[in-house]
Design a protein around this ligand. Structure first.
Ligand code: DAH
Length: 338
């Protein structure tokens, strides 16, 4: 019996296995109910009483030895498979570098959330447009210079297919397809055929707002603008409206805010005036309402449009417009906490 035990022990010591299945086969062979070690335990009954103690001890040792050996074969396989040898899974991992939101997205979201608080909903339209939505419906005369090749990227001529030069085209799309009251905010990318420089780009971003209802007045426009300016640039911000001209609004105005760099005293940023221009606005021209099927005797409204790059420059003092589209991570990382 003792010889059998020693033989099995050295056999088990020399075992090897290439995969889980082989380890399992070895476990069955030696340790299962009908395995070789169990058979030895069955023979234990025939051992003379004076040898029972020593052989019992040796049998138990053999069983423990076989169990450990087979477990260690299994463990060795597991660590080879996972490739985790030498890797401490309990260690704190190195921090993962998170990306940051693009400054234009940050500012766009901020503008949208201010207008949302006033009950405006987002509306979007296509970047590839036709002449009607970008110019004709918005009261641009046939010979208006903005239609010129100088300004507009045409994809096709007659019928004209072009890249929208402003988000005012979304006004038309919404007015054509819904009835007042209309209160929308339209963020989007626009294109103009301009030489790229620090101050101009062939594409940039705008946000358009439109409010149409009964009895909408210039006072509503002014109050909306004041609310927006103070939410965006701080509660001490002042606004002023200068008369201007846009084909689709009458009267039209441009809005300036007090220069927050010098507090309105005048500096190089505001060219000594104490004011910086931020957007165009006005009362929607009755011709535009009629072109979109809205009765201008019943309804009136205001519209405004601003460049997101311009607002972003005011907030973050980005000097070169090209930075916004170069995807330089050193620039983008500056906005991680913004
Ligand atoms: N569409 C004008 C532009 O691109 C901006 C603008 C001015 C929009 C006045 C308006 C507005 O809605 O009322 O320069």
């Amino acid at each position: 019996m003792i010889d059998k035990i020693n033989l099995l022990k050295s056999e088990i010591n020399g075992l090897s296995a290439a995969n889980e299945a082989e380890v399992e086969a070895l476990r069955v062979k030696y340790l299962s109910k009908k395995g070789e070690i169990s058979l030895l335990f069955n023979d234990f009954r025939t051992v003379p009483a004076d040898q029972k103690k020593a052989i019992g001890q040796a049998l138990n040792d053999l069983k423990n030895f076989a169990t450990e050996r087979i477990n260690s074969l299994r463990d060795a396989l597991a660590s080879v498979d996972s490739g985790l040898d030498g890797i401490d899974l309990t260690r704190t991992p190195a921090p993962i570098k998170l990306g940051s939101r693009h400054p234009l997205s940050i500012v766009r979201e901020e503008i949208i959330s201010i207008f949302r608080r006033l009950g405006f909903n987002i509306a979007e339209g296509p970047e590839i447009e036709d002449d009607w939505h970008v110019f004709e419906s918005l009261n641009f005369a046939a010979d208006h210079p903005a239609r010129d090749m100088q300004d507009t990227f045409f994809i096709q001529r007659s019928p004209d297919v072009l890249l929208r030069t402003h988000t005012s085209s979304v006004q038309t799309r919404v007015m054509e397809n819904s009835r007042p009251p209309i209160r929308i905010i339209c963020p989007g990318r626009v294109y103009r055929n301009e030489a790229i420089s620090a101050r101009a780009h062939c594409f940039f971003h705008q946000v358009e707002a439109l409010y149409i209802d009964k009895n909408v007045s210039f006072a509503d426009l002014r109050q909306t603008l004041l609310y927006f300016a103070r939410e965006m640039f701080g509660p001490d911000t002042k606004i002023r409206l200068r008369p201007s001209y846009f084909p689709f609004t009458e009267p039209s105005a441009e809005m300036d805010i007090s220069c927050d760099l010098c507090g309105g005293k005048g500096c190089s940023f505001c060219k000594g005036t104490g004011w910086v221009e931020i957007l165009g606005c006005g009362m929607v021209d009755p011709n535009v309402l009629e072109a979109c099927g809205i009765d201008s005797k019943v309804y009136s409204g205001f519209a405004l449009g601003m460049g997101i790059e311009r607002i972003t420059n005011l907030k973050y003092r980005v000097k070169d417009l090209r930075m916004f589209s170069e995807n330089d991570v050193r620039f983008l990382e500056e906005f991680i906490d913004a």
